[in-house]
Design a protein around this ligand. Structure first.
Ligand SMILES: [Zn+2]
Length: 232
C-alpha cells in the first residue's frame, strides 16, 4: 500500500508477518467507520488510510473487534477551538481551548489533519494524536475512561494496576522535578491521559521506554501483544 508507505512511518518498521494482519484491520476499519470533513476539509483516501493505518496498529494482535461503540471520525484541517461548558450550580461558564484531537465518550473521535500528519510522519518523537485518541477508545471499552482498559486475561489485572499506578506516580514526581523524558508530561493530567501518552511512546520510543521504564514496557507489550522495540 503506497499510501501507508508514504504517510505512516511506523508501517515501514512493521515486521513483514504483521503486514497482512494490518491490511485486514484497515479494511474493516474503513468499512465500519465514517469520516466527516469539518471546516471545509474534503475527506480523501489519503486521510482515511493514514488515520486507519495508525489506529489499526493498536489492534494488530488483539481481539477482532474494531473500536466498537462509535462510528464517526471528524477531521478538521488544523487545530480547532473547542468549547468546554462547566456548570457550577446556576452559573454556567464556557472555556475555549485549542485542540489537536479528542475522543468523546461513546461518541466520535475528532482530529486535526495537520496534527495527524505531524505525528505520523515522525515516528520517534512520542507524539501521535491518532494513537493517543484511539488508545482512549480502547480505555473506554469497559465504559469508564480511567487508564484501565479491558486486558487480554483476567490474571493480568493485578499487575497492571500495580505497575500503572506506580509509573503514574513516578511521572508526577518527575514532572514536578522537571526531569521528565520518554513519556510526555501531559500524562500527568490523569491516569487516562497517562495510558494514552504511554501508548504513543510505546510505539514511537519503545527502546527508550524499555530501557528507562521497563515495567511499563512489559505491561504495554502484554496488552498490545506487540514488541515494537524489536522492530528497530
Ligand atoms: Zn487524551
Amino acid at each position: 500500500m503506497p499510501l501507508l508507505e508514504r504517510n505512516v512511518t511506523l508501517y515501514a518498521l512493521l515486521p513483514e508477518d504483521l503486514r497482512p494482519e494490518l491490511y485486514g484491520r484497515i479494511n474493516i476499519f474503513l468499512d465500519e467507520k465514517e469520516f466527516f470533513g469539518c471546516a471545509g476539509l474534503e475527506i480523501t483516501d489519503e486521510i482515511r488510510i493514514t488515520i486507519a493505518g495508525n489506529a489499526c496498529l493498536l489492534l494488530l494482535q488483539r481481539d477482532k473487534e474494531c473500536f466498537p461503540g462509535f462510528t464517526s471520525i471528524l477531521v478538521y484541517p488544523n487545530t480547532y477551538v473547542s468549547k468546554e461548558i462547566h456548570y457550577h450550580g446556576l452559573l454556567v461558564t464556557e472555556k475555549e481551548s485549542v485542540r489537536a484531537g479528542e475522543s468523546w465518550h461513546r461518541g466520535p473521535i475528532v482530529l486535526s489533519w495537520a496534527d495527524v500528519m505531524r505525528g505520523t510522519k515522525n515516528s520517534n518523537e512520542g507524539h501521535n494524536v491518532v494513537l493517543h485518541e484511539f488508545a482512549h477508545k480502547l480505555d473506554e471499552a469497559n465504559d469508564s475512561m480511567d487508564g484501565l482498559p479491558v486486558l487480554r486475561d483476567i490474571s493480568h489485572y493485578a499487575e497492571w494496576a500495580k505497575v500503572l499506578s506506580k509509573e503514574y506516580e513516578s511521572l508526577l514526581i518527575r514532572v514536578e522535578k522537571g526531569k521528565n523524558s520518554v513519556i510526555d508530561e501531559y500524562g500527568a493530567v490523569s491516569p487516562a491521559e497517562f495510558f494514552a501518552v504511554a501508548t504513543e511512546s510505546f510505539f514511537e520510543k519503545p527502546r527508550q521506554m524499555q530501557k528507562k521504564l521497563p515495567d511499563l514496557y512489559v505491561q504495554l507489550k502484554r496488552f498490545y501483544n506487540l514488541d515494537p522495540a524489536s522492530w528497530r
